[in-house]
Design a protein around this ligand. Structure first.
Ligand SMILES: [Fe+2]
Length: 250
């Protein structure tokens, strides 16, 4: 390559990114399962404290924990609030310098539709509600549920859009959701390949196309810690956080 062509090609390269050392610049994790015994997250308060201390050591200072709400985990606002108080008391006792609040990760099905119409949903911030859908089939009632949520004044935040294989071959589906104003929360561990190569590739493309609003650990147990360390080596993570995620505004 000649001197001039080298200069020319360098101009077209992406600017160099500095990898993250830890998650301190993200500040707040908005997706996790730290309340013991109410979903498939931590089983005991001891496990919850061990995990929160590890997350603090990785740089996180604030947490909005999001227990599953679905038929198999019929958590109510009261159950979640009660569990949050138990976690808060233990944090004070263990002297971990973090703050924690709770919302939920709502699974979209017909029972959720009923909740949207009849109950007050727990929000991440403002009117923003975290939802997930089946990994296997696109729910038939998706359009109706999203419509009903908007009608009731909620902003919709879709958890881990990169984990739904039925969209992998039709990226335009993601664009259509974004055009409807739906926010996307990426799982950090998707960037180290924890959920497989296809999920990692889609995660990277969603970042490249500037479609990610929030990131989250979606941590359920110690098995997810290694991936969070591994993902710090991801240039895409550095690019996304460097550009800014809404976590930093909470
Ligand atoms: Fe989750």
């Amino acid at each position: 390559m000649s001197f001039f062509s080298e200069i020319f090609s360098n101009k077209r390269k992406e600017p160099p990114v500095t990898l993250l050392k830890d998650y301190s610049s993200v500040v707040t994790d908005i997706h996790s399962h730290f309340i013991p015994g109410i979903d498939d997250g931590v089983a005991t308060i001891e496990e919850s404290m061990q995990l929160l201390r590890s997350m603090y050591n990785l740089g996180f200072k604030k947490f909005i924990t999001t227990p599953h709400v679905m038929d198999s985990y019929p958590n109510t606002n009261e159950i979640i609030q009660h569990g949050l108080e138990e976690v808060r008391e233990a944090i004070v006792h263990e002297n971990i310098p973090i703050t924690i609040s709770a919302a939920a990760e709502y699974y979209i099905d017909s029972s959720f539709l009923k909740k949207v119409k009849e109950e007050k949903l727990l929000t991440i911030t403002g009117n923003t509600v975290l939802v997930e859908i089946s990994y296997i089939n696109l729910p038939d009632k998706l359009t109706e549920v999203l419509f009903e949520m908007r009608l009731n004044g909620y902003n919709i935040l879709l958890a881990h859009p990169e984990r739904y294989p039925f969209w992998y071959t039709n990226f335009d589906e993601y664009k259509q959701l974004k055009d409807q104003g739906i926010l996307f929360q990426l799982n950090i561990n998707s960037l180290c390949g924890y959920y497989g190569v296809p999920a990692m590739k889609i995660a990277e493309r969603l970042i490249d196309e500037n479609m990610i609003d929030y990131i989250g650990s979606d941590i359920h147990g110690t098995r997810h810690l290694q991936g969070l360390k591994q993902s710090l080596k991801s240039k895409h993570l550095a690019k996304l956080v460097g550009r800014g995620v809404l976590n930093q505004q909470l």
